[in-house]
Design a protein around this ligand. Structure first.
Ligand SMILES: NC(=O)c1ccc[n+]([C@@H]2O[C@H](COP(=O)([O-])OP(=O)(O)OC[C@H]3O[C@@H](n4cnc5c(N)ncnc54)[C@H](OP(=O)(O)O)[C@@H]3O)[C@@H](O)[C@H]2O)c1
Length: 362
């Protein structure tokens, strides 16, 4: 006979007695000890039956606090949806990158509706010219400027035209929104194209933010800085690794700045939208998992309200927007990131996208 035990009831120790054959391993014990693990040295670790209610209460409190700390600020942020940023910051001018279409264009229009003038920054193409013309026509009392630049240029040469076009105005609102996705197995992709994606989605936002944030601080201006990130930044994003990584980067970067900037009256927010129908889909049309996720996509016009709310409420440095992003955040609270990635990696070869990419590889 081997013996070892742990447990307590009214100060009385409870010992476990085990047959030699069951010396090491899980054992169900009699009396007050519900379950015990018996070690090779004959010691045991167990749970006393009357500790159950306490353990349950402690675990439930932790879970409740975790979910409430997420949902309560989200609710307050939602209450602020569509907040008036002109009133909050006394803002006259905003810079919106990627404002020739999709979410950026919707943000520019929502700002103009509040009487805030907008500098549109996007690729120097027909789309930018058309949006610039549309906005001027729709909001004749509001001033617009356009800067046509390639934010994927690795030398940061886009900063010259942006700085020049904004030298004489006070920019209190900055929306780092330009971005796109490239899909394929990473090893099959072109490195230069991946690095261009990194520049546009992440590095350009660093350069642009450095420029305008420094000016806001120097001139003691209140204001807001927003990064359009994505749920892809907090879940593994296979076949779009650079996209997921750039979004993780800007969310983290944004959170760090949020802490530095708040006391100076500057709100910094990263938003994680759920799928939105926009030109963005052109870059991801060949992914099966995107087609499934985009079945319930919303339009870009639903985004500015919650984005402005996130800035104005000041309680959500990370603002998940829409069912998909909120659901995935709660899943990530339950499943550890490494555990989730491991499970995903095991299951990945069964995915149609994985098989399609394997076909391309061979
Ligand atoms: N759509 C979604 O489901 C979704 C979900 C989560 C996050 N997001 C993020 O939301 C942001 C906006 O995307 P969207 O859905 O509105 O897509 P979109 O309609 O394609 O808009 C992207 C904007 O970025 C501009 N842009 C792209 N590459 C550029 C470059 N190299 N230089 C300068 N400007 C460039 C585009 O200009 P051109 O049109 O001229 O190329 C366009 O104005 C992106 O950062 C995206 O990652 C989108």
């Amino acid at each position: 006979m081997g013996a070892g035990g742990w447990g307590c009831r009214g100060g009385r120790e409870v010992l476990l007695a085990m047959d030699g054959a069951a010396m090491v391993g899980w054992a169900r014990a009699q009396a007050d000890v519900a379950m015990a693990y018996v070690t090779s040295r004959g010691g045991a670790v167990g749970i006393a039956r009357d500790a159950y209610p306490y353990a349950t209460a402690v675990l439930a409190s932790i879970a409740l606090f975790n979910v409430s700390a997420y949902l309560f600020p989200l609710f307050i942020s939602w209450m602020y949806s569509g907040a008036n940023l002109k009133r909050r910051y006394g803002a006259e001018w905003a810079v919106v990158t990627g404002s020739s279409s999709g979410i950026g264009k919707a943000i520019a229009m929502a700002l103009a509706r509040q009487g805030i003038s907008v500098v549109l920054v996007a690729l120097d193409d027909q789309l930018l010219s058309a949006t610039f013309k549309d906005l001027k026509k729709a909001f004749p009392a509001v001033a617009f400027r356009k800067v046509g630049v390639n934010l994927a240029a690795s030398d940061g040469s886009y900063m010259g035209p942006i700085a020049e076009a904004t030298a004489d105005i006070k920019v209190q609102l900055l929306f780092n929104n330009a971005g796109y996705i490239k899909t394929s197995f990473f090893h099959l992709s072109d490195l230069a194209a991946q690095l261009a994606n990194l520049e546009c989605n992440a590095t350009s936002a660093v350069r642009i933010t450095h420029h305008f944030y420094q000016r806001m601080m120097r001139d003691g201006m209140r204001g807001g800085i927003v990064f359009t990130s994505s749920a892809a930044g907090f879940i593994p994003s296979p076949f779009a690794s650079m996209y997921g990584a750039t979004k993780a980067f800007i969310s983290e970067f944004s959170a760090c700045l949020a802490v530095e900037a708040k006391a100076s009256g500057i709100d910094v927010v990263a938003v994680h939208p759920s799928p939105v129908n926009s030109n963005f889909l052109r870059g991801a049309a060949d992914l099966d998992m995107f087609k499934k996720a985009y079945a319930a996509a919303t339009g870009p016009d639903s985004l500015p309200g919650p984005i402005f709310g996130a800035l104005a409420c000041g309680m959500t440095p990370w603002r998940d927007i829409g069912t998909f992003a909120i659901f995935m955040r709660i899943v990530m609270k339950i499943l550890d990131f490494s555990f989730m990635t491991w499970g995903f990696a095991l299951a990945a070869p069964l995915m149609p996208d994985y098989k399609n990419n394997m076909k391309k590889a061979n």
